[in-house]
Design a protein around this ligand. Structure first.
Ligand SMILES: C[S@@+](CC[C@H](N)C(=O)[O-])C[C@H]1O[C@@H](n2cnc3c(N)ncnc32)[C@H](O)[C@@H]1O
Length: 450
């Protein structure tokens, strides 16, 4: 039974979140975006759902390929059953939903095409038995207890059953909260665990690491504030050749989202890279290429400007960027780890809002000839690992991790073998938004959810 104090504090919490929701709903309406998940969320008058405001966009961008498809979806954390209804709406009535919760009360949400299993997601025996009956899944949403071992055990036991699909884990800011077992850079948190998976994704370039299941199966890891989305390859074959075609294939999906780009800047440009970008953008953009190789000057034309410089000229790149102003995309094609870090630090700020910063060759962080090495300080990959903490810094409870310009401007880091793509966008402090009919909750005194 809840005390009057619980009820009052919950009502205040709800009012605050309702007001937040009103604001984000208006913003969504104004944006003109098409997102059926957001439409459902903002119009839902049924079971309660609570999410952080930026999750709705993340769901849409990673689940879109399954929209209205009869998939198999597994969700850890059922609570009021609100998100189960949302998935049913989004993926369609023929989708099979498997919900898992430790709370026996959730059994009541068992229905046609929606199985509820009761158990503790930290318990590997429970998970093994569960998965023995499930076999293959397309989408996993991990929104259970949010404690470190719950998250890690669930990922390890369930990820192998994801069939060329998506494993999305949310509320990862608990990795920074002591009450959930978290702590900044603390060993054993899910965020630190995920940083090690970045090494596994690139393992075939590293003498000190063995290729493992994650090397073979992870296509990409998309890292957002509080959320990581793992996308799987359709098969277990590792891409053999890291070449221009490979980079373009993986970058295209992000390039396609750009809104009328005008200026592209490429560090360490070569003929192949210029050709791919020119074929993709046609004559609609100016391409600015930077190289040490005098020969490349020949490639210059009305839409392509090539700048030649030598490393001793420290001010060259700064002067260039001052001259060019903000650009839509920067592609860093260099190999030296120092150069990759230096370029990012100096030029990320020159990318426009909603633009991209792409570092090809990020596997050189593991190659000795370019200054790399496994977990070696100063490599680009180690630098990215610090940026992951920065993008979660709004949730920090320690002075050691503070909000900075990267927290405010990096929307996502997409990690693939040898390729890192940053999506730049305004990233404000996130708010909780709510959906559904709250009166029933008060009538039931069902307030124990935070
Ligand atoms: C945040 S709520 C889920 C909300 C739901 N996904 C939604 O969006 O409407 C978290 C749920 O995880 C469940 N949970 C907590 N610890 C768990 C554990 N160890 N194993 C399984 N479920 C757990 C809680 O009972 C609670 O219902």
């Amino acid at each position: 039974m809840n005390s009057i104090r619980d009820i009052v504090s919950t009502i205040i919490y709800d009012i605050k979140n309702r007001l937040n929701t009103k604001k984000t709903r208006q913003k969504y309406k104004k944006s003109g975006k098409i997102n059926p998940i957001a439409d459902y969320f903002y119009n839902n008058n049924g079971k309660i759902i609570e999410k952080w405001d930026h999750y709705l966009d993340i769901y849409q961008s990673h689940f879109e390929k399954f929209y209205n498809e009869p998939i198999i979806l597994m969700e850890f954390g059922v609570f009021n059953g609100g998100s189960l209804d949302m998935w049913k709406y989004y993926f369609g009535d023929d989708t099979k939903i498997i919900g898992i919760d430790i709370n026996i009360e959730c059994k009541k949400f068992n229905s046609k095409n929606c199985e509820i299993h009761i158990g503790d997601q930290e318990n590997r025996d429970f998970l093994k038995k569960l998965m023995a009956n499930v076999k293959k899944i397309d989408v996993v949403v991990e929104d259970g207890g949010h404690e470190m071992n719950q998250q890690i055990n669930t990922f390890e036991e369930v990820f192998p059953y994801v069939n060329g699909g998506v494993f999305l884990i949310e509320d990862l800011h608990t990795s920074y909260w002591r009450e959930y077992g978290g702590g900044y850079k603390k060993e054993g948190t899910f965020i630190e665990y995920a940083k090690n998976i970045i090494d596994s994704v690139n393992a075939r370039h590293c003498d000190e690491l063995k290729v493992n299941y994650y090397t073979k199966t992870i296509k990409s890891m998309s890292i957002y504030d509080s959320v990581i989305v793992f996308e799987k390859n359709d098969d277990n074959i590792i891409e053999k050749e890291i070449n221009e075609e490979y980079y373009f294939k993986l970058s295209k999906k992000y390039l396609d989202k750009l809104n009328k780009p005008k200026k592209i800047l490429i560090f360490n440009i070569d003929k192949e890279k210029l050709n791919t970008m020119r074929n993709y953008f046609k004559d609609e953009v100016m391409i600015f290429g930077v190289s040490h190789d005098m020969e490349l000057k020949k490639l210059q034309n009305n839409e392509t400007k090539i700048y030649i410089y030598n490393n001793e000229d420290e001010e060259f790149l700064n002067n260039l960027i001052n001259k060019l102003g903000d650009v839509d995309v920067i592609i860093d094609n260099s190999f030296e780890v120092n150069e990759q870090v230096k370029n990012f630090k100096n030029f990320f700020q020159s990318v426009k809002e909603k633009g991209l910063y792409i570092t090809n060759n990020s596997h050189s962080s593991y190659l000795k000839e370019y200054g790399g090495g496994y977990k070696k300080e100063g490599t680009f990959i180690e630098y990215i690992k610090d940026l992951i903490d920065q993008i979660n810094a709004y949730h920090s409870k320690t002075e050691e991790l503070k909000v900075d310009n990267y927290t405010k401007t990096i929307k996502a880091i997409h990690i693939q073998d040898s390729l890192t793509i940053f999506e730049k966008d305004k990233s404000e402090k996130k708010t909780v938004i709510v959906s559904g009919n709250y009166f029933k909750r008060y009538l039931d005194f069902n307030l124990n959810f935070r």
